[in-house]
Design a protein around this ligand. Structure first.
Ligand code: FAD
Length: 118
């Protein structure tokens, strides 16, 4: 076979997952319905249950039990998720991200950097 693509590494799954999660938060409704909130909480719980790295998933489950998803507004969700990512960053010795809505939108929703204009 000429099929040479390899399964994703833990790091690749990590960056892909964070891209999806921060983008979902960035585009989450400003005023979500009760059902939106329920679905987003369930999504995070399912991710923590099925995340494809067993010990990452175990830690994420414990973190969201201690600090359940904040789904009442877009800003709440973006900042909650940023804090969850920082818990993992700290564990891995990576730099922490400043969790303000302006910094998060610049990174995940609407950058003003000319190199990001497509
Ligand atoms: P990533 O951490 O993947 O970050 C990608 C980009 O997000 C960064 O370049 C930066 O621009 C931006 N960013 C960084 N921090 C924040 C933040 N706080 N808020 C918003 N944006 C930010 N790996 C393990 O080895 N052990 C684990 O236990 C583990 N647990 C994980 C749990 C979850 C739920 C997820 C999604 C991933 C987990 N990972 C874990 C993977 C790990 O977090 C990284 O994705 C991986 O190490 C690759 O890191 P990276 O340096 O490429 O950047």
């Amino acid at each position: 076979s000429t099929y040479t693509e390899c399964p994703p590494t833990r790091e690749e799954i990590g960056t892909s997952t964070w891209s999806l999660l921060h983008s979902m938060a960035a585009w989450y409704p400003t005023s979500p319905t009760a059902n939106d909130q329920k679905l987003m909480t369930g999504f995070m719980q399912a991710l923590a249950r099925f995340y494809p790295c067993t010990w990452c998933a175990t830690d994420f489950q414990q973190n969201i039990e201690l600090n359940p998803p904040k789904t009442e507004t877009r800003d709440d969700l973006c900042i909650w998720l940023c804090e969850q990512h920082n818990v993992v960053n700290q564990k891995l010795g990576k730099p922490l991200f400043q969790c303000s809505i302006d910094k998060l939108d610049e990174r995940w929703r609407k950058s003003t950097d000319p190199k990001c204009q497509k």
